[in-house]
Write a protein that binds this ligand. Structure first.
Ligand code: PGA
Length: 237
């Protein structure tokens, strides 16, 4: 695991954007894996700015997102589909974008189809990840066992509480989601894990112990040969 410590969130986002830029410069038809949440917003803003300034081109690249609430309408303001459209996809020129379909009638069939689509695209070249307060990756929540394929999962109370900030009071909040399992994540040729903020310092510390804490899904990333953790000083604690 490579570790890059940045002075600020802005620096971290620029370093992450540099990595995406290098990936595309080396392979314009790259398959990018994207994540939602507050963490990658700085990266997405930076990528949008660089595209607007003519410094980066996504026209041959495609993307797959880690997860989507289920059930969830694509145009719902809290859907990850809407989040990505709003914060990235509408601002750059990706050849194609994919997320698990939160409207699918048959979630299991959708999960299998999603994995097939990623495989058919040649797998992910560079996967962007954030980390949950509980160490989750995508919606792979702490558990005794972890799914390899994409699957329908139940969110933990702590994740529901952490994400409640995005939902209006009284608004129904999903408790289940479709998430890539560890197969597609692990098949990614390289992974960047972004961690910022003092509220993530406890979970970052667990990761840096270099042990596979099985109740911290992010620790499984220690087994991947090409992971770069990019974090700001606040996350160091
Ligand atoms: P956050 O979420 O970026 O909003 O902190 C990360 C995650 O839950 O994976």
């Amino acid at each position: 695991m490579n570790t890059l410590i940045c002075d600020s969130y802005e620096d971290m986002s620029r370093v992450a954007a540099d990595m995406v830029g290098e990936q595309l410069a080396g392979k314009p038809g790259s398959v990018l894996g994207f994540a939602t949440g507050s963490t990658p917003l700085g990266l997405y803003g930076e990528l949008a700015r660089r595209y607007r300034d003519g410094k980066i081109d996504f026209s041959k690249a495609r993307s797959f997102n880690l997860d989507e609430y289920y059930p969830m309408k694509k145009d719902h303001p809290q859907s990850y589909s809407h989040f990505m459209e709003e914060n990235l996809f509408s601002k750059i020129n990706l050849a194609s974008t994919d997320l698990p379909d939160g409207e699918a009638a048959d979630p299991e069939a959708e999960c299998a189809a999603y994995d097939r689509k990623i495989e058919a695209a040649g797998g992910i070249d560079l996967q962007v990840l954030g980390i949950g307060l509980n160490g989750h990756i995508g919606f792979n929540e702490p558990s005794k066992s972890y799914s390899m394929p994409t699957y329908l999962t139940k969110l933990t109370k702590s994740t529901i509480a952490a994400n409640s900030r995005f939902f209006a009071e009284g608004e129904a909040q999903p408790t289940t989601a479709l998430t890539m399992g560890f197969a597609a994540i692990f098949a990614a040729r390289s992974i960047m894990l972004l961690i910022n903020g003092s509220n993530k310092s406890a979970i970052a510390k667990k990761l840096f112990e270099g042990k596979i804490h099985t109740d911290v899904p992010a620790c499984l990333l220690l087994l991947h040969p090409d992971v770069t953790v990019i974090l700001d000083r606040d996350a160091l604690g």
